[in-house]
Every structure is written in C-alpha cells, then in structure tokens.
Design a protein around this ligand. Structure first.
Ligand SMILES: Cc1cc2nc3c(=O)[nH]c(=O)nc-3n(C[C@H](O)[C@H](O)[C@H](O)COP(=O)(O)OP(=O)(O)OC[C@H]3O[C@@H](n4cnc5c(N)ncnc54)[C@H](O)[C@@H]3O)c2cc1C
Length: 380
C-alpha cells in the first residue's frame, strides 16, 4: 500500500480518531488513512456479540453513553439510535445490596433507619463530626470528614484500594470535590439529560462513522511501523499514548489497567442489573458486569447469561485504561506537551494522547473541536 499519497493520517480508531476522520472525509472531501493496531475499530468502546450466548457486550468494560452536550448528542444521533436504557449502579457490601452513589436509600438501609431528606444531612454531619477531622490532609480524611467513618469503611475504602492500588491516604484530598452522597432517593447514576445504549451496539456506530469511501482503515497496523512510509507533509492525528510518541524520552506515564474474566451462568438473570460493584477489599474484583441488562429490548436466551468480573492492576503504558495522575505524571505530561509544540504537522488527542479520563461525549467534543482547528489551519 502506498501510504505516501495520504495528506491526512489518523493513528487510532476510537471515538477521537474516528470522528476526526469522518469530519475530514465528509467536510473537507479529502482521503484519510486510519491505522489501528487492534484487529477492530472503535477503541475501548468496541462491542460485539458473545459467541456462546449471543449477548451483545463491551469487552473493554461497560460503556453507557451519556451527555449534556447538545452538539455531541445531535452528532452521535446521525450514526445510531438509542434503546432507552437508563443507568443505575448497585454495590454489594457484607452480602447485602445497596444503591450507588450513596443516597437516602443507601443510608437508611445501612443504618437501619427511616430518615427523611430534611433529616439526613444533619444525621451524616453528626456521623462525620465523630471523626474529629477538621483539617483533612488526604482523600481518606476528606471522605471521613464528609460522610463519617462507617459509610467510608463500607463503601469507599476497599473499593478505592482495589481501583487505585494504593492506600487512600496517599490519594490527594482534591479528588473529592462534592458531597459524596445524595439526600434523596434518586438512583440515577448520571444526571445528564441524554443517556442510553446504542440500539445496535457501538461497533455499528464505528462502521457508519467510517463508511465514507474516502476513509481507508488499516487494521492490525501499528502507526510506528508505518511512520517512516508516510509523506513528510502529511498531517498526523495521533490518539495513542503521548509518551510512546516520543519514545518515552522523558520517562513513562503511569496508568491503571483492567482485566476481565468472562463466565456463562446457567440462569436467565444472574444479578438483576448491568453493573454491580463489590465494595470489600477481600473480594478481588471491583465489579461484575451482566450485559444482557443493557439491551432489555433484545431476545436473549432464557437459561444463560454472560457475567464478567472486572479486576484493576498497575500499568506502565502496555495496556492503559485509567491515567493515574498525580504530580510526577503531570510534570512528565507537561514535558511531552512542550515537545509536541515543536511539531507543526502533528496533532495529539483522545484519552491516551491527552493522558486524561474522558467520557465518550467529551472525546467526541474534543474531536469535533480538533477538526475545526484542522479546518481553519490546515485546509487547502
Ligand atoms: C472501563 C471503562 C469504562 C468506561 N465507561 C464509559 C462509559 O460508561 N461512558 C462513557 O462516556 N465513557 C466511558 N469510558 C471512556 C471511553 O472509553 C473513552 O471516552 C473513549 O474510549 C476514548 O476514545 P479514544 O479514541 O480517545 O481512545 P480509545 O478508545 O482508547 O482509542 C484509541 C485507539 O488507538 C489505538 N492505538 C493506540 N496506539 C496506536 C498505534 N501506535 N497505532 C495504531 N493504533 C493505535 C488503540 O488500539 C485504540 O483503538 C470508559 C472507559 C473505561 C476505561
């Protein structure tokens, strides 16, 4: 294949790369090459049918589309419709199931009380005051000073240790910005006006995004293997890890990685919901996903369900999921960003390029912005 003919080369086919490519092809009417090192498009949002059960699932973790951004909502609706699914999360602690985020139902159930919304804030303040923490110095102290020790120990401590792989005392207190509970029975996980699951799954969206004949997708193709074959004048839009782009010259950014264990259970419904958190440190996984609940409109087997346990691990960029953040990583990131300024034909974005947790709508918004910059500075 002659890579040199392409004026636009996109590395990565997640939402960032796919949306930028779609815009270039449909608005600038220019050919775009996408190279994707995996054997499918869609990045971590990829979805497929499970072979043994036919249940549609998200192999890189359950993805719920939700947004308050009208522009993004209008854009994504050109490529899919949604099935009306509304997200709720539950957590198991001590063999009992509670609503998450912590709300009035969680508190009443945990303390075996029947508090009213106008009573609960004062009650929790009383619990928090027992800790005697007035000047919290870290995540743990801040959480206890806001919700009290019992709720923290039950729902936050063990889960945070598993998720972030460190003592919560080492996490900066700035992570906790809002009051970590709701004083009503609202069990909706997201507040956004638009939230749901794409009716035909995410892979369908990516097929549609990339179906313009001006877009050529090369799967199983690592950008670094073809980099030397592309035109010097090409504009490269790269959505892989930024430290890898510069051969880790300043050092490696650190991440958390997830792994998933899939099991088929011989029951129609294993846990009654799509995502169940496991709060205790002694349970090795953080969550169990049951994807049949994401598509209540589908005809699935009555005697089988797919369940997926999720585990969290340290990662130094081999299989990055969540940026770990912190001062040392921020310092490193700033060095890479400064280095990037020296390359005028190179744009870096997406969750890996920006070393930032983005929800899908934020990724799409950032890709649409990036395209507008390309249009204003590179078109022609
Ligand atoms: C467990 C989990 C659950 C999530 N759940 C939600 C949710 O419920 N709702 C929500 O809105 N968001 C969710 N997100 C966030 C969502 O996954 C991201 O917003 C989205 O994937 C970001 O898209 P992206 O294109 O930046 O990155 P990615 O989807 O990671 O795509 C990057 C692509 O680049 C490719 N690539 C990297 N390096 C190279 C290279 N050298 N050459 C070629 N290709 C390369 C990768 O293979 C990948 O396909 C979740 C994230 C995680 C980790």
């Amino acid at each position: 294949m002659n890579f040199k003919t392409y004026k636009y080369v996109v590395a990565g086919s997640g939402f960032f790369g796919a949306v930028v490519a779609e815009r270039i092809a449909s608005k600038l009417k220019q050919p775009v090459l996408i190279v994707e090192k995996r054997n499918h498009t869609g990045g971590n949002c990829y979805s497929k049918d499970h072979a043994a059960t036919g249940i549609h699932y998200h192999p890189y973790g359950t993805h719920i589309f939700h947004t308050s951004n009208e522009l993004v909502w209008e854009y994504i609706n050109r490529f899919t419709d949604f099935n009306g699914y509304h997200h709720q999360v539950l957590t198991t602690y001590n063999n009992k199931v509670y609503q998450m985020p912590i709300n009035l139902e969680t508190i009443n159930s945990f303390y075996n009380l029947n508090l009213k919304p106008f009573e609960v804030v004062e009650f929790i303040q009383g619990e928090a005051a027992k800790s005697g923490i007035n000047n919290p110095q870290n995540f743990e102290e801040k959480a206890i000073s806001l919700m009290g020790q019992p709720l923290y120990d039950a729902f936050i401590r063990g889960y945070s240790i598993k998720q972030w792989g460190c003592d919560p005392k080492q996490i900066p207190s700035s992570i906790l910005k809002r009051l970590p509970f709701r004083s009503d029975y609202n069990e909706s996980y997201f507040f956004d006006p638009w939230q749901s699951i794409p009716t035909h799954g995410y892979a369908f969206i990516f097929d549609k995004l990339l179906k313009n004949p001006l877009i050529k997708v090369e799967l199983g193709c690592d950008f670094f293997h073809i980099k030397s074959h592309i035109s010097e004048n090409a504009l490269v839009i790269y959505s892989g890890p930024i430290d890898r782009l510069f051969s880790y010259k300043f050092g490696r950014l650190t991440w958390r990685r997830l792994s998933f264990k899939e099991r088929v259970k011989n029951v129609r419904d294993f846990q009654g919901t799509s995502v169940m958190n496991y709060a205790e440190e002694s349970v090795p996984y953080t969550r169990i996903h049951e994807p049949r609940h994401l598509h209540p409109e589908r005809d699935y087997p009555v005697n089988k369900s797919l369940v997926i346990q999720e585990y969290s691990h340290a990662d130094n960029g081999e299989d990055p999921y969540y940026p770990l953040g912190g001062d040392a990583n921020t310092e490193l990131l700033n060095k890479y960003k400064a280095e990037l300024q020296r390359h005028k034909n190179l744009i870096v974005g997406g969750r890996l390029g920006d070393y930032k947790y983005y929800d899908m709508d934020q990724t799409i918004a950032s890709a649409l912005d990036t395209f507008e910059k390309i249009r204003s500075t590179h078109d022609g």
